[in-house]
Design a protein around this ligand. Sequence first.
Ligand SMILES: Nc1ncnc2c1ncn2[C@@H]1O[C@H](COP(=O)(O)OP(=O)(O)OP(=O)(O)O)[C@@H](O)[C@H]1O
Ligand SMILES: [Mg+2]
Length: 332
Amino acid sequence: MLIAKGLKKNYISKEKTGFLKSRLKTVEAIKSLDLTIRPGKIVGLLGLNGAGKTTTIKMLSTLLEPDGGSCSIDGLDLTRDAFKIKHIVNMIAGGERMVYWRLTARENLEYFGKLYNIPNNELNKRIDNLIEFVGLNERANEAVEKYSKGMKQRLQIARGLINDPKYLFMDEPTLGLDAPIARDLRKFTKSLANKEGKGILLTSHYINEIEELCDYVYIINQGQKVMEGSPKEIASIVANCTNKYHIKINSFPDKLKVQLETYLSAIQSDYQLDGADGSFEICVSTHKDIQSELIAMLSQQTKIISFAAMEPKLEDAIITLSEVRAYEQAHA
Ligand SMILES: Nc1ncnc2c1ncn2[C@@H]1O[C@H](COP(=O)(O)OP(=O)(O)OP(=O)(O)O)[C@@H](O)[C@H]1O
Ligand SMILES: [Mg+2]
């Protein structure tokens, strides 16, 4: 099991203060983060740009040393036992970094495999399997610089699996992939967890991917956790603060307009109105579950053509929670 407690990471960066003038500034990328990854589970790490997802993954992969806190992975200490930990973890980053462009796919995988001291026979077998899995068979002996973006990304995936890690940290792994290979990767990620018992940490900007794959989700903002839970739990918490209804009615009498405005402003909710073809579409955003009250009010004065309560989405959760946290900080 991976248990991180109070992880911290600061970056020191240069800030321009004028012409040819600069000073050093500390960026608190991760302020204090607790995180648990169990074998066989896929954990999602969500947050807006700059929230600290990549920094977290780099620390867990031993690429960056934490400035505070602790992390144990199967009983090993992230800092003290970094060398041993390198053998049981790996990361897959989105984009085109972390492979050598002058080498072929096969040479890249041989190089990275040798860093882990994998015996030649075993390594060759793994390389064949991985090349097959990522669909690079026909181009495996060509220099990576001639690959398309998606092909480089597929090689990254093979590289991240070369040491058969027990814990795999995936930083936007499907970025830039064609839909079919992204779908295969999602399926494969699931089986790495379910069948092979790997513990996986996944960041993604594709909310559907997180909802489909993750058993548990952490939402972070400005280097701190704002919420954790199953994707469903988080979505339902958000449902309490962002209910949305799309309603179509065939007339909108003035009396109803006044009544609706009074009702919604009393509960601090909002609505948008769109009228076309003699019918009206109302979109209500509210902090309360007002479905039955709304139906009762509308049906007394007009005909309801359709009424849809929108499913709360994890994406709404991230935005809402991050906004709430930013507001709290600004008014602390
Ligand atoms: N090398 C660096 N030097 C200085 N600041 C950095 C460095 N790398 C990241 N940061 C800062 O640390 C914070 C967290 O960045 P990080 O890349 O971890 O975010 P992220 O959640 O992965 O964002 P994204 O969704 O854009 O990938 C940001 O404020 C970022 O500007
Ligand atoms: Mg990132």
